[in-house]
Write a protein that binds this ligand. Structure first.
Ligand SMILES: [Zn+2]
Length: 265
């Protein structure tokens, strides 16, 4: 599979900012935002989750394009489109590629302003999404030493599980990451920092790359070496050679021993 046969549907939660000044220019005001008593954030102490989501998703978008993948945004710059519409869009893009995944970017909020940290969600049960979540999770943990990682290892992997519509009603492995609590001042300071956003986006992108490279998400099982080479290394030509009794196929270490014994005998 070539990189452009791998498709990432990219989602950034909620809406953006309409032109003008004032918190009410934020499409989902007064929800999905928080006013801090100190700091500027997106203006006068306001932190708008949808604006943060778009900024982080945009870094990720560019990294994924650099890898040569197909990337389709299922969100709009300003409008907070319905989850139904986003799911429909993602599912309509599925036919564009041999294999596809969905990543939804969010920021977190809590009643308690003390809550902070990172978490990633998949739908309940063991699916291909869990593998993707584990890839991304491990990379984010590496990229953010000392931060709070709200993993749930009760079922053996680090993701948390919830039936969020965007990961439940989309027909591809899907994860939703919550990249810090914008209701926590320390987290909000991290989240507004462009370099921090870049490193979190890079962690997501690197692991999408790993998912692609392992090609585990497309469920391909090669029946023999030739089939695998043809699928994953299209630049290498697999050729059929007429068989002779003396031909020996070497697949396992044991075969190699037999071949060596024959050659030296
Ligand atoms: Zn959100």
């Amino acid at each position: 599979m070539k990189p452009n046969e791998f498709l990432i549907c990219l989602d950034a939660g909620h809406g953006g900012l309409r032109p003008g000044v004032g918190a009410d220019k934020y499409t989902t005001y007064p929800s999905k935002c928080f006013h801090h008593r100190q700091g500027n954030f997106h203006g006068y102490g306001w932190f708008f989750e949808g604006v943060f989501n778009r900024s982080l998703a945009n870094y990720l978008y560019n990294y994924l394009l650099d890898y040569g993948f197909q990337v389709k945004k299922i969100y709009e710059d300003i409008n907070d489109t319905t989850l139904n519409k986003r799911c429909q869009l993602a599912n309509s893009y599925k036919t564009l590629a041999q294999s596809s995944i969905l990543v939804s970017i969010h920021g977190n909020a809590a009643e308690s302003t003390k809550a902070r940290g990172w978490e990633i969600f998949t739908t309940p049960g063991e699916t291909k999404s869990d593998k993707l979540a584990t890839f991304i999770g491990n990379e984010v943990i590496k990229a953010t030493p000392g931060w709070v990682h709200r993993t749930d290892r009760t079922d053996g992997d680090l993701d948390r599980e919830a039936n969020f519509q965007i990961i439940k009603n989309t027909a591809m492995p899907a994860v939703l990451s919550e990249n810090g609590f914008f209701t926590n001042y320390q987290d909000a300071l991290l989240m507004i920092d462009k370099e921090w956003q870049e490193s979190i986006a890079k962690a997501h992108a690197k692991e999408v790359l790993q998912a692609y490279e392992l090609a585990e998400l497309d469920g391909f099982v090669g029946t023999d070496t030739g089939a695998c080479v043809e699928k994953y290394f299209p630049e290498i030509k697999a050729v059929a050679v007429e068989a002779e009794v003396a031909n020996l196929k070497i697949t396992y270490a044991e075969d190699l021993k037999v071949a060596q014994a024959l050659l030296t005998s």
